[in-house]
Design a protein around this ligand. Sequence first.
Ligand SMILES: [Cu+2]
Length: 146
Amino acid sequence: MNKFFMFSLSAIIFLALNGNVQSAQLDIDMLNKRSDGEKMVYSQDVIYINSNDTINWLPTSPGHNVEFIAYPDEADVPQKPSKVGKEFSFTFTEPGIYLYQCSPHKSMGMIAIVVVDDDKSNLNQVASTKVVGKSKKKLEQLISGL
Ligand SMILES: [Cu+2]
């Protein structure tokens, strides 16, 4: 074996061992007003991520939080809403659709969706999740856009 071959082989082994553990850190702002004029919203209504990516929700505006209300059966999401006005982070290890809301503004349409690994197998479960007030129409819009 020549040196170049050895080098290539080690590079391939390195990528094989490390290529799948790359994960991203993504920020979502919790906002009173978004640049498009929408009020009481997350900066992204729908975000597509890969498994093992982490989302950091930032208290860019005060008074918001994150409360998961629908998610894949296997997902180990927090069962309690995050603290209002505090940064919150979660690493998504299970593929599927996650629906969350802001507890104080759940009737004002402050809901959003995370899709992990483009897996939409729990779409019906998410679509039939009970939401309140303006979030009913918004959920229909988000679902139809997936
Ligand atoms: Cu809110």
